[in-house]
Structure formats: C-alpha cells, structure tokens
Design a protein around this ligand. Structure first.
Ligand SMILES: Nc1ncnc2c1ncn2[C@@H]1O[C@H](COP(=O)(O)OP(=O)(O)O)[C@@H](O)[C@H]1O
Ligand SMILES: [Mg+2]
Length: 350
C-alpha cells in the first residue's frame, strides 16, 4: 500500500533492547491513524523518528513520495504535540504559538494573523497575552496544538496528548481534536495507550506490541477481528477460557461445545463480557456455547452490571445492561454465547 506518510522497516535499538522493530506503516492523505500500545512498546520512539528527533538505525520515512529520513527536524514540516506540552513558561501564549514562525523568518504581520487564526481554531481567542501558568491544563493543551498547527505542517504528530487531562475534558478534547483534524484534512499520527482514544479519534489503528505492529485496521476490525491474542486482550476486555479436544469434539470447563475443532491440541477462546448472557442452569440453549457455574459477585457500574461467575475451569465476567433482574450471589447459573463471538487463539501466542 502506498500512502502520503510512509514508514518502511523503521528500526531503532538502544543498547541490547530493540525499541522499534521493523515498523512499516502507510498513512493516506488526510487520514488519522492511532499508534496504540502499552507503555514502553515503542510509540514515542517511532514518533520521534518521524519528527527527526531520533535517528533510525535503518528504514525509511517518506512524505508525499519524498525520502525525508535524513532531513533535520526543522526541515520536515511536521507539527509535534509533546506529551508534556513543552510550552515556554516565560513567553505569552501568542509568542509560544508564533515561535516556530519567528524562527522561520516569517514577517511580523503574517505571524500575528496566523497566530490569531490558530487561536481561533482551538477556541482560545482573547488569551494571547497570558502565560502558560495562567492557563488550565486543557487550555495549555490547546496552545500546544495551535503551535503545532500554525506552521501548516504536512503531518501532525500527537504524543499521548490527552493523558494529562481529567476524564470530562479528555472527552471534549477528543472530539475537538478529531474535528480540527478533519476540517484541516491533515495527515495525523496519534500516539496513545488509551483504547477509547484510539477507537474514537482515528480512521485506523495500528496496535503496537514490544516494538512491532501487531495489527493495523479500522477500529471495528481491531475490536471484532483481532489478529493476535495480545490485540484481543489489549483492546476491549475479554474472558479467556481454556478449551480442550475430546474425541471429535471440544470441551470448555468440562462441557461439550457446538463448535468445529481448529486442530490445535489445546487453545484459548476469548469472549467479550458483553457478548455473554446468563440463564437458569436448567434452561436449554440450543446451538449456543455454554458453561455452568455459580454467581460469585455482582458489581453495579452505573450503566451496566458486571457479574463474576465461577466454574470448574476458573472465573469469567458477564456484562449486562443495568436495570434488569439479576441472579443472587451463590446461585447456580449457565453462561451462554454465540459461536460467532468466539475469538480463538493458540494458548501461547502473544
Ligand atoms: N533514549 C533512550 N535510551 C534508552 N532507551 C530508550 C530511550 N528511549 C526509549 N527507550 C526505551 O525504548 C523502549 C520504547 O520506549 P518508548 O518509545 O518511549 O515507548 P512508549 O512511548 O510506547 O511508552 C522502552 O523500553 C524505553 O525504555
Ligand atoms: Mg511514550
């Protein structure tokens, strides 16, 4: 696949450890892609290589067909929003935003106009004279975003840029950044460890694990059709149930199951908690997958209820909408789900 922003075989080692392992990724013009993975998986290192702040050991970076791998940072025309915002504390909001333009020798009047446009874009008009410490976390975040956008970058890079904000503000900024990104049609790589951010802010997600890309796809692909067990467990929640072969059939928690044998000696089946349902132990379930257990605990989480069920093979969580009647703790219960909701992986695959 060709893209507007293309990384090919990007590799970076620090001493004995490989931070980024042959990462290839193509991002279309105007597309927003999330680089999603746990802390330490190589997201920031990847972003810093794109920005020219870290030299890759090998691999190439292209923007619109041009190889920029060896270009210095200031000639790459990328907007970078750092995790810590990295605003200059002694400079006003306007000077912070205009700094990159001053460095590039843009004329005074043009700077004023472009800083004004950028401030309006992030809804901060009127705060030009403030210092960063006189702003809330959300406003500082907007200044950092305006500073990245004011240079009219060809690519926008955001590193965990919402992680310092409280939950409500994070929600609002998520929508705002996405709508700015769409209105400017700017090619964006958005680094996050937060699956909700990745699922809601981007056209596609690249899930990263130990320096490698484990899967690239639309949010729906990643959630519904995870290509690796790591992806299934990192994005969304999942119950992992050990399955065994028994003659021609499959058993889970000792119970025979209506499913085909994938051919491995043993394997795990992962099921999303909200794809499972509870029913009385005696009630038949037809073609559904099914295990038997006992209600161990119920937790009310507002819009939903989590029911922890314990059975012969361990524990699992069933998630139900709140408001319905629930079985008492200690009740014998059956848990059922549709075979098409099985996510099947060999036991040790990561
Ligand atoms: N400058 C550095 N020197 C040595 N090791 C580093 C350096 N930067 C990152 N690393 C290591 O590389 C790995 C990936 O780090 P990073 O890209 O920051 O991950 P993430 O952003 O996904 O949390 C980590 O193991 C980290 O400790
Ligand atoms: Mg990081």
């Amino acid at each position: 696949m060709t893209g507007y922003l293309e990384l090919t075989g990007l590799h970076k080692r620090y001493g004995e450890s490989i931070a980024v392992h042959d990462v290839s990724l193509a991002i279309g013009k105007g597309e927003a892609v999330a680089l999603l993975g746990p802390s330490g998986c190589g997201k920031t290192t990847t972003l810093r290589m794109l920005a020219g702040l870290v030299d890759p050991d090998r691999g190439t970076i292209r923007v619109d067909g041009a190889d920029i791998t060896r270009l210095p940072a200031h000639r790459r025309n990328m907007g970078y929003v750092f995790q810590s915002y990295a605003l200059f504390p002694h400079l006003s909001v306007a000077r912070n935003i205009g700094f990159g333009l001053e460095e590039r020798g843009v004329a005074r009047g043009d700077i004023t106009r472009r800083v004004g446009d950028a401030l309006a874009l992030v809804h901060l008009a009127g705060l030009e004279r403030r210092r960063p410490r006189e702003l809330s976390g959300g406003q500082q975040q907007r200044v950092a975003l305006a500073r990245a956008l004011v240079v009219h970058p060809s690519v926008l890079l955001l590193d965990e840029s919402l992680s310092n904000l409280d939950a409500k503000l994070r929600d609002a900024m998520r929508h705002e950044i996405r709508s700015i990104q769409k209105s400017l049609d700017i090619t964006t790589l958005f680094v996050t460890h937060d699956q909700v951010e990745a699922l809601t802010m981007c056209d596609r997600i690249a899930v990263m694990h130990r320096g490698r890309i484990a899967q690239i796809g639309t949010p729906e692909d990643i959630y519904e059709r995870p290509a690796a067990r790591f992806v299934a467990e990192f994005v969304g929640r999942a119950n992992a149930l050990a399955a065994t072969r028994d003659g021609g059939g499959i058993r889970i928690w000792g119970a025979a199951q209506p499913m085909n044998d994938p051919g491995w000696p043993s394997f795990d089946i992962l099921i999303r908690p909200q794809r499972m349902r509870l029913l009385p132990s005696a009630e038949p379930t037809g073609d559904a997958m099914r295990v038997e257990g006992r209600v161990l605990r119920r937790a009310f989480v507002g819009d939903r209820v989590e029911v922890l069920v314990e059975g012969p093979g361990g524990q699992l969580t069933v998630e139900l909408p709140s408001g319905g009647t629930l079985p008492e703790e200690g009740t014998a219960i059956a848990v059922a789900w549709r075979p098409q909701d099985n996510l099947i992986f060999p036991p040790d695959a990561a």
